[in-house]
Design a protein around this ligand. Sequence first.
Ligand code: NI
Length: 132
Amino acid sequence: MTTLKIHHIGYLVKKIEKAKQTFETLGYQVEQDTVRDDIRKVDICFLTKDGYRVELVSPFSEDSVVAGLLKKYKNAPYHICYEADDPEAAFRELTENGFAAIDTPTPAPALGGCNVVFLTSPVTGMIELKFR
Ligand code: NI
């Protein structure tokens, strides 16, 4: 299996400004302030602490891809994003090993326009794979 490295933990939040302040209270620092992703209809902010990166994801529309997930999970972590030296090979290997893609590789404005794809497995729930 291609080596995967954790890039961030995705965290659903209802109110991104409030969440950002609360994560700052916990000692996180804003790495990248809020960016609007019009493809997924979410606002995204990255924070870091102790070498970990958290992505706050907040839907700004009822038809956002995560509006339903936020209703179901409330404010909660919901995916881990991985990067790989060879993301195409990683994607292939993941889909051969029980992960099903739930969308196609699509640009992520909050990640400098890199493509990302979401996959799910009944064992691990949702993951994200970041392409370079
Ligand atoms: Ni993510």
